[in-house]
Design a binder for this molecule. Structure first.
Ligand code: UGA
Length: 468
């Protein structure tokens, strides 16, 4: 099928490349000419595992082309709107980019167009779009507006595209439902050569459920999903605080809690709070949407409050051990809001760094992917090429993003090079026994702190003895 994608951001580009991979002919457009030129030259504007190869293949076989917005609108294909809906000062989503696309389509397109709203939008946006299209239509345009919310996670977007749990389509005419089913047919039947699991058969994957609804319900599903996941995280973070205060172990509590099939084990990882461009903004937007319909979603306001306190609490924990932070060198490992991405938008790591700097600490940071983007946001931070250099002579290590490489480090070398061997694991990713066996104090979330199994002096002596 012919498909046009408006917006080559995170959602748009991933959707465009993956739809081309399953056989469609895709035009991907963006207002940002620099971005378009970069994409034409094979440069992706962000890091996403596996995406570069899919974009390159789709361009080679001619199924993906990057074009000006006018060309995408003029093409008669299904039009996906994937433009940004950033938060306004009051927390509401700014829909001006969506409105601009709708106006341009209404003014220039003719015949029948299927317009698919993929950007995250408030409930009743499709309804507004329909009114808008009618109001501006010049050439007898006929159209359907469909809501098809996106559930991709950064860092595993390609995997999520090919193996989703569900595909939600809010469509209100048989024609629109049929077209949308045809777009996703290869995914629904799982009949495509999977680019994620190339060397082996895909792991047992049930085909996704197709959930067909009206447009209002589809729009609500998106905000309700993200808010519910954020709620799970804030809930477990509060339980973690209680564990820490009362001498329980959050891992054991999560095991017991998550084993109840009604609750499930996912999204119960405690830490320094959720970040990224989706949860914080969608949560705020959902509270505002509810308010606009006369519902006080106080529960979600508390989810936000709990999350906002995580940064302060984590810094206080570091301060409690180091007393004052002025002039002290601190190593920060991880800047991205989660691993496998270079995205630092609303990253808790950046908020923590700013707080540490306000207390006078000298921050030495390392992140395998997000350094460049973090450097644009922060000042006064020394960036390093590896975690060892960042930890050299540091008073403490603050692990703020759970990159898997942090599991496989030479802990003896790190402990020996630090001014004080303290490790604050903001993501509970490391094994307490491993860390303490190498002479470091280990502070996790929702657990009692653990002292080193060997004092550093005796560790040094033991190492010297082993070496001799
Ligand atoms: C989220 C949703 O998971 C996607 O389904 C959705 O499509 C996307 O938002 C969106 O609306 O575009 P994403 O923001 O990429 O995806 O990342 P998540 O994996 O959901 O993580 C969000 C934040 O929660 C991260 O900061 C992560 O560290 C944190 N988190 C996640 C926890 O603190 N604990 C957990 O147990 C899980």
């Amino acid at each position: 099928m012919k498909i046009s994608i408006m917006g080559a951001g995170y959602v748009g580009l991933t959707t465009a490349a993956c739809l081309a991979e399953i056989g469609h002919e895709v035009l991907c457009a963006d207002n940002d000419e620099t971005k378009l030129r970069g994409l034409e030259a094979g440069r992706l504007p962000f890091f996403e595992p596996g995406l570069e190869g899919i974009v390159a293949r789709a361009r080679r076989n001619g199924r993906l082309r990057f074009v000006e917005p006018a060309a995408a609108i003029a093409s008669e294909g299904v039009l996906f709107i994937c433009v940004g809906t950033p938060p306004r000062d009051n927390g509401e989503a700014d829909l001006s980019a969506i409105e601009a696309v709708a106006r341009a389509v209404a003014r220039t397109a003719s015949g029948y167009r299927l317009i698919v709203e993929k950007s995250t939008v408030p409930v009743q946006t499709a309804k507004r779009l329909r009114k808008h299209l009618s109001a501006y239509s010049r050439n007898g345009l006929q159209y359907d507006v469909v809501s098809n919310p996106e559930f991709l996670r950064e860092g595993s977007a390609v995997e999520d595209f090919f193996h989703p749990d569900r595909i939600v389509v809010g469509a209100e005419s048989p024609r629109a439902r049929e077209l949308m089913t045809a777009v996703y047919r290869p995914l629904l039947d799982q009949t495509f050569a999977c680019p994620v699991h190339t060397d082996a058969a895909c792991p047992e994957q049930a085909p996704p459920r197709l959930i067909v609804t009206d447009t209002n319900s589809a729009e609500l599903i998106k905000h309700a999903s993200n808010s519910f996941l954020a709620m799970k995280i804030s809930f477990i973070n509060m339980v973690a605080d209680l564990c820490e205060a009362a001498g329980a172990d959050i891992d054991k509590v999560v095991e017991g809690l998550g084993s109840d099939r009604r609750i499930g084990p996912s999204f119960l990882r405690p830490g320094i709070g959720f970040g990224g461009f989706c949860f914080p903004k969608d949560l705020q937007a959902f509270v505002r949407i509810a308010e606009n319909f006369g519902c006080d979603f106080a529960l979600l306001k508390e989810v936000e409050n709990i999350n906002a306190r995580r940064v302060e609490q984590f810094v206080a924990k570091v301060q409690k051990e180091l007393w004052t932070l002025r002039g002290k060198k601190l190593a920060v490992w991880g800047l991205a809001f989660k691993p496998e991405t270079d995205d630092v938008r609303f990253a808790p790591a950046l908020a923590i760094i700013r707080r540490l700097q306000a207390e006078g600490a000298q921050v030495h940071a390392y992140d395998p992917q997000a350094r460049e983007k973090a450097a644009q946001e922060l000042s006064g931070v020394r960036f390093h090429d590896d975690p060892y250099a960042a930890a050299d002579e540091a008073e403490a290590i603050l692990l703020l993003t759970e990159w898997s490489e942090f599991r496989y480090l030479d802990w003896n070398r790190i402990a020996a090079a630090m001014a004080r061997p303290l490790l604050f694991d903001g993501r509970n990713m490391l094994e307490r026994e491993v860390i303490t066996a190498h002479g470091l104090h280990y502070f996790a979330i929702g657990k009692e702190p653990a002292a080193p199994l060997l004092a550093r002096q005796s560790l040094g002596a033991a190492l010297a003895e082993a070496a001799s």
